[in-house]
Write a protein that binds this ligand. Structure first.
Ligand code: FMN
Length: 210
């Protein structure tokens, strides 16, 4: 199947059947998220993989009681940095120097520019920027899940502060942004499964300026 066929196959699954997704498939989905581009390459988020039944139950209770949170196999929690700090910025720049094996003046100047701009900003503004980067990886994970024939439900319908508490994210300087349960559809019990996908037309989406 082509990527577009797989994107047509996927949908925001409303009912899952509890079947386990093989760890190799989950690893590929997470790898797609890891490979996502991010602003300045900072990857300002982490992915928490919740397999524990009790934790899933607790998250479901603050996640609009959406059944896929407990009936999924793996619940991915995309948690963004609560702000940009000097340490966090330096870590990624140092990692780049280490992996590439050289230092570059332009890159070091860019580091200083970010150090002079981000840590001083309002934490909420920084979190929102970081969360936008997490969404890019989230989109990659959704596409990768479809590619692997794994169902996934993008979820924003939850109380982030409660999830942060359940997973003790505050102590790690993280805030939950979005959830992605991975599993397999329970087609008979899913009202959405037989319905046609609805998207606005390409004409309404795209303006070409020649
Ligand atoms: C960021 C985001 C948050 C969403 N939150 C929820 C949610 O909490 N619960 C849910 O059932 N669907 C949720 N959806 C699914 C959308 O409603 C769905 O993707 C959209 O209607 C398009 O349908 P499709 O994904 O089935 O093609 C969310 C989607 C996105 C991208």
């Amino acid at each position: 199947m082509e990527l577009l066929d797989k994107l047509n196959w996927r949908y925001a699954t409303k009912a899952m059947n509890g079947e386990s997704v093989a760890e190799e498939k989950v690893a590929k989905i997470i790898e797609a998220a890891r490979l996502a581009p991010t602003s300045s390459g900072l990857q300002p988020f982490e992915i928490i993989v919740v397999k524990n039944k009790e934790l899933k139950e607790k998250i479901k209770a603050v996640g609009w009681n959406q059944s896929v949170i407990t009936d999924c196999s793996h619940l991915l929690v995309f948690a963004a940095w609560d702000t940009y700090t000097e340490d966090r910025i330096n870590y990624m720049f140092d990692l780049t120097n280490e992996i590439r094996g050289f230092k570059n003046e332009g890159w070091e100047n860019y580091r200083q520019m970010l150090l002079g701009a981000y840590p001083q900003k309002d934490a909420e503004e920084n979190f929102n920027h970081a969360a936008r980067q997490a969404y890019i990886a989230f989109g990659m994970a959704i596409a990768a899940a479809a590619f692997e024939g794994v169902d996934a439900t993008p979820i924003e319908g939850f109380d982030p502060a409660s999830v942060d508490e359940i997973l003790d994210l505050k102590s790690k300087g993280l805030r939950s942004a979005i959830l992605l349960p991975l599993g397999y559809r329970n087609a008979e019990n899913d009202w959405l499964e037989p319905l046609v996908k609805v998207r606005k037309s390409t004409e309404d989406l795209v303006t070409v300026m020649e």
